[in-house]
Design a protein around this ligand. Structure first.
Ligand code: ATP
Length: 363
């Protein structure tokens, strides 16, 4: 198994900088998810690691070996595509064994049988891809990667062609497979639920740049920017404009419908504040938001109310029934520790004393 180091990796297509100076370490055995919206450069980054797209700058190291200019087959990496890319005229067994036959390996039958057992494909080995469901095809594509015993697996949105139920089931299978193989996975998706549930660490990309790298919990609990805050969580953190003011010696964020305590620090700065939907409660307190309910969504066990506060919006999530209706005026409160604070100019997270100011800007 292998570790991957990416140093200042860049790829331009004419005027478009698809990947812009990304540096990232993927540890041996890690399940790293590259997460971001369409066009953020995640596929280009993965294809550069695979050797399918040459970088215009930077380096890629596999276990400290510089592979930046190496051909794909010299990289000891296996890629799984969204489209599966199976050979339609070959059986499942032959599809899985293809990479070994291409390398003239003698132990093809034994290896195919082993991989089929790992993926539960034993009964399907004689079928052609057209006689398989989407989920089964996806497993065959995975089998073809697995059979090579690569140093790392590169997966590009492998679940996006599956329906919602199958996607959830296959997500759990992939997590289980990763645990059993203890192999290195780099996994591209725009689906934050996939990232949260499967990743050991998430790398969030925006416009070709890395916004934040951290465990799912770190990225959720302390989003490094308004972009990450708005991308992770369903619904995500709603952001409200406010100004930092020193009131009776303590710092508060004050704006239209917003009055939140922040502890120590200096005032006079424009910020964006937000609270996750599950951390807001109906009621009044030292931390208070006031607004108007615009929409209430029923999720079955829970409800989500979308509430207009000043020029922004927040969401409140809680057990059914919330007893709110569109048009209601409502006061919301929260634990002050749950307030997220960002610079209105840079969008970067502002850390309040006494928290350690790591990648964030101190107030
Ligand atoms: P998606 O989720 O939609 O696949 P992505 O995050 O994987 O998006 P990329 O496919 O890496 O994004 O594309 C990043 C940017 O680079 C986009 O603006 C895209 O249009 C551009 N791009 C990618 N490949 C090429 C190419 N071969 N030629 C020109 N532009 C490209």
């Amino acid at each position: 198994m292998s570790s991957i180091r990416i140093e200042g990796l860049t790829r331009r297509f004419g005027d478009v900088t698809a990947v812009d100076g990304v540096s990232l370490d993927v540890a041996d055995g890690e399940f790293l998810v590259l997460l971001g919206p369409s066009g953020c450069g995640k596929s280009t980054l993965l294809r550069m690691i695979a050797g399918l797209t040459p970088p215009t700058g930077g380096r890629i190291l596999l276990d400290d070996r510089d592979i930046t200019a190496a051909a794909p087959r010299e990289r000891d990496l296996a890629m799984v595509f969204q489209s599966y890319a199976l050979y339609p005229h070959l059986t499942v067994a032959r599809n899985i064994g293809f990479p070994l036959r291409a390398r003239r390996r003698p132990d093809v039958h034994a290896k195919v049988a082993e991989v089929a057992a790992v993926l539960g494909l034993e009964e399907l080995l004689d079928r052609r891809p057209r006689a398989l469901s989407g989920g089964q095809r996806q497993r065959v594509a995975l089998g073809r990667a697995l059979v090579r015993d690569p140093g790392a697996f590169l997966l590009d949105e492998p679940l996006s062609n599956l329906d919602a139920t199958l996607r959830t089931a296959t997500r759990a299978e992939l997590t289980d497979l990763h645990r059993r193989l203890r192999s290195t996975f780099v996994y591209v998706t725009h689906d934050q639920v996939e990232a949260m549930t499967m990743a050991t660490r998430i790398a969030v990309l925006n416009g070709g740049r890395l916004e934040q790298v951290g465990t799912p919990q770190e990225v959720y609990d302390a989003p490094a920017s308004t972009f990450v805050a708005g991308f992770i969580g369903a619904p995500a953190i709603g952001l409200l404009p406010a100004e930092l003011r020193s009131v009776d010696g303590s710092l508060r964020a004050v704006g239209a419908g917003v009055d939140l305590p922040l502890g120590g620090g200096e005032g006079g700065r424009d910020v964006l504040v937000g609270v996750r939907p599950e951390h807001l409660r109906i009621g009044s307190g030292d931390a208070e938001l006031r607004g108007t309910v615009r929409l209430v969504e029923n999720l079955g066990g829970e409800e989500v109310a979308h509430i207009e506060v000043g020029s922004g919006r927040v969401a409140l999530r809680g057990p059914r029934p919330l007893r709110l209706a569109a048009g209601d005026a409502v006061s919301l409160t929260c634990d002050p520790d749950r307030i997220h604070l960002f610079s209105a100019t840079s969008g970067r997270r502002l850390v309040r004393a006494p928290e350690p100011a790591r990648s964030a800007v101190a107030v």
